[in-house]
Design a binder for this molecule. Structure first.
Ligand code: CO
Length: 134
């Protein structure tokens, strides 16, 4: 069912410092910071040959990643995003398998303008999973 790794998202307490680590220390190509007010984050995209890394920093009140950073003050891997061909069929399959889909179970338009769903970390080895329809 799952296809390519679309991205891995890392929550960071200091976006400029994290960008410098990826650009200067690791020598990767990074984007300018991109505010995404609908998602409560500012994102820097790190372009790799086979996937991308998203550096996430809270934006505005009630950012969905603030609680994660409170628990992980130096930052950490927040979620992984796998591509699926058909997000509704994938959701129905996961529910049949007993997995919990977060929210109301209806796909939302994600940061890349494509439908996404999130799956409960407790059902997936402590990892928050995002599914994106490719
Ligand atoms: Co994501």
């Amino acid at each position: 069912m799952i296809g390519r790794l679309n991205h891995m998202a890392i929550a960071v307490p200091d976006l400029a410092a994290a960008t410098a680590i990826y650009r200067d220390t690791l020598g990767a190509k990074v984007s300018p910071p991109q505010p995404e007010p609908d998602h409560g984050v500012t994102v820097v995209f790190v372009e790799l040959e086979n996937t991308k890394i998203e550096l996430l920093h809270p934006l505005g009140e009630g950012s969905p990643i603030q609680g994660f950073l409170d628990k992980n003050p130096s930052g950490g891997i927040h979620h992984v995003c796998y591509e699926v061909a058909d997000i509704l069929a994938s959701r129905d399959h996961l529910k049949e398998q007993g997995a919990r889909v977060l929210g109301d179970g209806e796909p939302k338009i994600g940061a890349h303008g494509k439908p996404v769903l999130f799956l409960h970390p407790k059902d997936f080895n402590g990892t928050l999973i995002e599914l994106e329809q490719a």
